[in-house]
Design a protein around this ligand. Structure first.
Ligand code: NIG
Length: 407
């Protein structure tokens, strides 16, 4: 039997399990959690907690699920500081900047790409992120997309193939699309769990994006879409029509898009998660995605960092949550839910029994309840409200991933 750990004297416990506290949507005061191996074994009032082998005193602070960052691009070489400076001086963001990182990524060694990714993952863990997706998309040829997926799989919890990020400089668009949907997808498929496409002017139009989504589905892979980032386009609707797990960015939505996203969950169906990326919206000086409207409409919303060298060079989920509250007008509870359970739903990891590409069966992530994965973060604060009330402060006090203390 595994050692048991009692996390005791939790001032505020955010579980997202309404059966534990129906009136507060699963938020408990004066609570305790017992971890056994890599799973949660018990959750309830501290006064009722059974004995355990070890005890951690939370000293009245707030415990919540670790962040689930469902959208990052962290396999890359090079740097785009100059592009950021130009943007802050008034230039606008364009998809073409991706090619700068493609050149630098192709030129980087495996060791350099791996070390950069490891640095970013370790930064994210220190910030409370316990589950992390990352994408390929800066290789854009078969060799470099496979290399990116392999390196990603060594460090990330979920890997997404984004060969359809941009038509690389000098390539013919039709030939490149054939490559992405054919030999490139074949080569990368064993290493990834989903396929993504950047559906936007300057990247892939609606028809090309639909072809990528169909090719992925034919391979049995889940799908995601980057959509409605720089202008209104077909991305959100296309994602819903193709049953994508998520559509991400969403700064430019009309009423029909919002309705389609919310409606995708009707009748108990698995729908498409609307993932908003507040740090990206700020860093590109684009309008903020209408997260308030999405939540009010009944859409399932996730918040992710979109950490990448071009549009959002941060993996701080604390910052994203604070921005979602202060600027996008979500409540703190809504933002925390979107950055934990929302991300887990976007990755298909929110129910016990999901299987990783290695074949390992896992407990649910993004929630705290018996049977779920023991991915937890403790804030140096009495409640999650402090994430927005004290923006920018180092609030991450401790992090457990799969039951092991990592921070
Ligand atoms: O999600 N939108 C497309 N891809 C990234 C940006 C990549 C880049 O500029 O390097 C994003 O923002």
């Amino acid at each position: 039997m595994s050692t048991t750990l009692l996390i005791d004297d939790i001032g505020e416990l955010t579980t997202h399990d309404e059966s534990l506290a129906p009136e507060t949507g699963g938020r408990l005061r004066d609570a305790a959690v017992i971890v056994e191996g890599d799973r949660i074994a018990w959750v309830g009032p501290a006064a009722d907690a059974p004995a355990a082998d070890e005890r951690f005193d939370a000293a009245g602070r707030a415990l919540l699920p670790g962040w689930v960052d469902s959208h990052t691009h962290m396999v890359f070489g090079g740097d785009r500081t100059a592009e950021f400076e130009a943007r802050m001086a008034g230039q606008s963001y364009a998809a073409g900047g991706i090619n700068v990182t493609v050149q630098a990524t192709r030129a980087a060694s495996d060791a350099q790409l791996g070390a950069n990714l490891e640095r970013l993952v370790s930064e994210a863990r220190r910030g409370g992120t316990t589950t992390l997706e990352t994408k390929t998309g800066y290789g854009l040829d078969v060799e470099n997309e496979v290399r990116s997926a392999r390196i990603a799989a060594e460090h990330a919890d979920a890997v997404t193939f984004l060969g359809a990020h941009l038509v690389p400089a000098g390539a013919d668009p039709a030939e490149y699309l054939d490559l992405v949907c054919g030999p490139m997808l074949d080569a990368v498929a064993p290493l990834v769990s989903a396929v993504d496409v950047f559906c936007e002017t300057g990247a892939f139009d609606g028809a090309a994006s639909a072809r990528v989504l169909e090719a992925a589905a034919a391979k049995g892979l889940a799908t995601r879409v980057h959509g409605n980032q720089l202008e209104h386009g077909p991305g959100a609707r296309l994602a819903v029509e193709h049953g994508a797990l998520s559509v991400d960015h969403l700064a430019f939505l009309d009423d029909a898009d919002v309705e389609a996203l919310a409606g995708s969950w009707s009748g108990g169906r698995r729908g498409t998660v609307a993932t908003v990326l507040p740090a990206c919206d700020l860093s590109t000086r684009m309008p903020l995605a209408p997260a308030r409207r999405l939540v009010d409409s009944g859409a399932v919303v996730a918040i992710a960092s979109n950490c990448n060298p071009g549009t959002s060079y941060t993996n701080s989920m604390n910052f994203c949550v604070a921005t979602a509250v202060l600027q996008m007008r979500l409540t703190v509870q809504e933002a925390v839910r979107a950055a934990t359970l929302g991300g887990a739903i976007a990755l298909g990891m929110h129910e016990d029994g999901w299987t990783s590409p290695s074949g390992k069966v896992h407990g649910a992530v993004g929630v705290i309840r018996p049977g779920a994965c023991a991915d937890l973060q403790l804030l140096d604060a009495p409640s999650v409200t402090h994430l927005a009330y004290r923006p920018g402060m180092p609030l991450t006090a401790a992090v457990w991933r799969g039951g092991k203390r990592v921070v």
